[in-house]
Write a protein that binds this ligand. Structure first.
Ligand code: FAD
Length: 483
């Protein structure tokens, strides 16, 4: 009997039979997240219903030295929830209770499997909403959002998940239930946990900040003949001191895909569209709208539409929010890339992406959270054509190089996961990476919580016995311990 089999046999002490999946066919359901080209069939899947169950399963993993991976809705785009064939996949989708809504203090306490949009739906009637809005918000879980520090179109003005989560109850990799809060003095451990991609433990209860629904919202669609005009408009709007709730841009190929998929009716002949959303008090929104309209005209917009109703607003957003899935209409396969550049570097980086398209004969559709320089190039390829997948991979990696060269980052919001761990050394030195690993070791000395993610060559914590060249300076100085 393998170690995992022995552990699995003991799961019946903690869970009902229908909460443990060992059937090989059913296990296949969980073999990837939204990034489907990394796949592994989990050793065993646990459908947890409470923090206590998760803690008990994790304690077993600790006892047997078996790795475990948390999974929310499995919409991640960096392979973060990729399971281990030799490990336990702990799924939170049955933990969907909204435990408390406290409007006077603008807080809600939810279980990790609650979907992002469900929080807004629960408080909308009371004039509130949950601000971070990933395009996947109808299905992605709040636990996944915490793990990825997810963003969304409206994060330009309102901030990312980290700015809206004020407390987390989590199961540590040793199986203890602990709470982290933004009230805690000392080190910001809550901040360290948010965005840790499941490597520091499993969130079992999350306290989020609720925001007041703005008094007025104006959504504008501006069409340009090319992406340069859109880029100029973005810089000019921000330069004028306006921080819209969102500024999103799509290029011609992304528009073509969205039209094919959802018939969003964007202006014909547009080489780029900009979706600008302004919100706040009526007087402020009216004033900002006048400035945005003027700037868009001055920077070459040939058509400007303003949503006159909630339906028209939804129609404008439909094209943008469906963009990732929509490219499936114009290409058999694609890679969703996620990089960041300073806004001012956008034109140069886009020109670089154009050159890559020509050099490798690969098409790239561009969708961006333009206001914060977060690019989502969609690298299109036909996996039936030999070599095209590899070329697309190369283009995808070169785009990240461009982002780094221009002072940006290899991820804006989709996380590092398994997919981008190999790019981490392009951004960080060995010492930087080792120091991050020491933080991880402080939470997870045995390296059992989502191993193989984020770090390229885990050498500390005994996670994978790779070759380490020399002692880490912090260890050498006696400031930290190597396990
Ligand atoms: C069409 C589409 C559009 C998207 N748009 C956006 C976008 O606009 N912005 C954005 O930021 N992302 C976006 N994403 C990516 C994805 O939806 C987010 O990363 C989301 O937060 C993942 O949530 P999930 O519940 O699906 O997590 P999963 O995919 O299940 O897991 C993601 C990571 O979180 C960890 N994890 C899950 N639950 C827990 C937990 N309870 N405790 C600890 N770790 C946990 C997993 O181990 C894994 O590392 C998009 C994805 C798709 C498919």
């Amino acid at each position: 009997m393998s170690t995992l089999q022995r552990l699995t046999a003991r799961l019946s002490e903690i869970l009902d039979q229908d909460s443990v999946i060992t059937d090989p066919v059913r296990l296949r359901t969980y073999d990837c997240d939204g990034l489907t080209y990394h796949r592994a069939t989990p050793g065993v899947v646990v459908l947890a219903e409470s923090a206590e169950q998760i803690a008990a399963v994790v304690r077993l993993c600790d006892e047997y030295g078996v790795p475990f991976v948390a999974r929310g809705s499995g919409t991640g785009l960096s392979g973060g929830a990729l399971p281990r064939t030799d490990g336990v996949l702990i799924v939170t989708s049955r933990m969907r209770r909204i435990l408390e809504i406290d409007i006077p203090n603008r807080r809600a306490v939810v279980e990790p499997g609650v979907t992002n949009l469900a929080i807004t739906e629960a408080v909308r009637d009371q004039g509130h909403y949950y601000a971070p809005d990933p395009s996947s918000q109808q299905i992605c879980s709040i636990g996944g959002n915490v793990a990825e520090n997810s963003g969304g179109a409206h994060c330009l003005k309102y901030g990312f998940t980290v700015n809206h989560v004020v407390g987390v109850e989590l199961v540590t990799p040793q199986g203890e239930i602990v709470e982290l809060s933004d009230r805690d003095p000392g080190y910001d451990l809550l901040g360290a946990f948010i965005g840790s991609e499941g490597t520091l433990g499993i969130a079992t209860k999350i306290t989020v900040r609720l925001s007041r629904t703005p008094e007025a919202v104006t959504t504008v669609l501006a069409a340009f003949t090319g992406i340069e005009g859109g880029g100029r408009a973005v810089s000019a709007i921000i330069g004028a001191g306006i921080v819209p709730a969102a500024i999103e841009m799509m290029d011609a190929l992304a528009i073509e895909a969205a039209e094919a998929a959802v018939h969003c009716g964007y202006p014909e002949g547009a080489g780029a569209v900009l979706v600008v959303e302004l919100d706040g008090p009526h007087a402020e929104v009216d004033h900002q709208f006048a400035a945005v309209e003027r700037i868009c005209r001055e920077t070459g917009a040939f058509e400007i539409r303003v949503a006159a109703s909630a339906e028209e607003r939804a129609a404008i957003w439909k094209g943008r929010k469906s963009a990732f899935a929509a490219v499936g209409r114009i290409s058999p396969a694609y890679i969703v890339q996620d990089g960041v550049v300073p806004r001012t570097a956008l034109p140069e980086v886009l020109a670089g992406i154009d050159r890559l398209q020509e050099e490798f004969g690969i098409r790239v559709a561009n969708v961006f959270h333009a206001g914060d320089g977060n690019l989502h190039p969609l690298v299109l390829f036909d996996d039936a054509v030999p070599g095209q997948g590899e070329r697309a991979e190369t283009v995808s990696g070169r785009i990240l190089d461009l982002c780094i060269e221009h002072g940006g980052s290899i991820t804006g919001e989709h996380g590092v996961g398994v997919d981008k761990s190999r790019y981490m050394p392009r951004m960080f030195s060995e010492e930087d990476l080792d120091t991050m690993q020491l933080v991880r070791c402080a939470f997870d000395p045995k390296g059992l919580s989502n191993p193989g993610k984020v770090f390229p060559t885990p050498r500390l914590c005994g996670e994978v016995p790779g070759v380490r060249r020399g002692v880490h300076p912090l260890v050498e100085s006696g400031a930290a311990e190597q396990f």
